[in-house]
Design a protein around this ligand. Structure first.
Ligand code: KG4
Ligand code: ZN
Length: 338
């Protein structure tokens, strides 16, 4: 089985080829960051247009990289949601049409399922069941994963997603877009003892999150400080420490609550170095095994979609001849694969 994966849910065009025997054969990523930078955030119309421009040529390139051709494909997977509807429609239309033309099955993949299965692309891979911390620009959730499509959301954010909080706080510190990596970079020079930010919702039971207050806290601290480079770095560090600590506390709580012995961390914020180091402490303390995708597979990519598609198509999950694109799509509504 050889499955082509296409990801166009937001501001990255990702294309990859996954083979049942050879594994990940090739993958390419085109980031639209330069396109959106001047606007301080993703402009949906520009995103769709750029996917239109890039997706088909990238499919040709990925096939060439893998020494493969369209006739070798046995399935196509595309991101069907959640995401920007116009952007999703580009990959969905292309993927579905390609599969129809080739007479092979196509499957619309849930973007967050792609993220949570991404650690399985690595040589050291988790086994079911596991606890997944999904932290991206649009989502923040703790999920009990019993198998493919067998997901139970244990907790999620009540307001901003973690990546969104990183991006907004970066913006108020005068950093560019996307803010997460820039804030993390600035935090490297920050003094961790200067400011202490709250660890939201850790003082009450439950596994939900709330990050919008941290951004306001950062704004108030920034207003009182003189505004030097060191002030900004110290604020960035305090913000990052608060987010990382909150995730540590909630993951530990969820592990104890569920009795799970494996933790998977995925999504764009999973690329954060300090978060990875802190959660790796759970492994050192022998609380659980911890699995991360390589940083480039934490952020959006085609490989995770090709892989999720491979698993679903192998299990017979091909879909009818319709193009699926859904801006909102609860993870718990996915069909289970046995
Ligand atoms: O998973 P992703 O690429 O796209 C979505 O599905 O949303 O996640 C993007 C988010 C952005 O908010 C970005 O700022 C954040 O992940 N991010 C980071 C880091 N790298 C990406 N946040 C903190 N530290 C990082 N190193
Ligand atoms: Zn994502």
């Amino acid at each position: 089985m050889r499955v082509l994966g296409i990801e166009t849910s937001c501001d990255e065009t990702g294309v990859a080829l996954f083979d049942g025997e050879k594994g990940l054969m090739a993958h390419r990523l085109h980031s639209q960051t330069p396109l959106h930078k001047a606007h301080g955030g993703v402009v949906p119309e520009l995103a769709s247009r750029d996917h239109v421009r890039m997706a088909a040529p990238m499919i040709r390139e990925v096939l060439a990289d893998a020494g493969s051709s369209l006739s070798d494909l046995t399935g196509v997977a595309y991101t069907a949601g959640p995401g920007l509807i116009g952007a999703l429609l580009v990959g969905a239309s292309l993927g579905r049409t390609l599969a129809w033309t080739l007479g092979i099955p196509a499957v619309g993949i849930h973007h967050m399922e792609g993220h949570l299965l991404a650690p399985m692309l690595e040589s050291r891979r988790p086994e079911f069941p596991f606890l997944a911390l999904l932290v991206s620009g649009g989502h923040t959730m703790l999920v009990e994963v019993d198998g493919i499509g067998r997901y139970r959301v244990l907790g999620e954010t009540l307001d901003d997603a973690a990546g969104e909080a990183f991006d907004k706080t970066a913006k108020l510190l005068g950093l560019g877009y996307p803010g997460g990596p820039e804030l993390a970079h600035l935090a490297e020079h920050g003094d961790p003892r200067r400011f202490r930010f709250p660890r939201p919702m850790t003082d009450r039971p439950g596994l939900d999150f709330s990050f919008s207050g941290l951004k306001t806290f950062a704004l108030n601290v920034a207003r009182e400080a003189a505004g030097t480079d060191q002030d900004r770095a110290d604020i960035a560090r305090a913000f990052e420490d608060a987010v990382v600590d909150t995730f540590y506390i909630k993951c530990l709580r969820a592990l104890r609550q569920t009795g799970m012995r494996s933790l998977v961390v995925a999504g764009g914020v999973g690329a954060n170095r300090r978060l990875r180091a802190r959660l790796a402490e759970l492994r050192d303390a022998e609380v659980c095994s911890v699995y991360f995708p390589r940083p480039e597979f934490c952020t959006d990519n085609g490989a995770m979609i090709a892989y999720a598609g491979y698993l679903r198509i192998a299990a017979g999950c091909a879909e009818e001849l319709a193009i699926r694109a859904t801006a909102r799509w609860p993870l718990e509504e996915l069909s289970a694969v046995v």
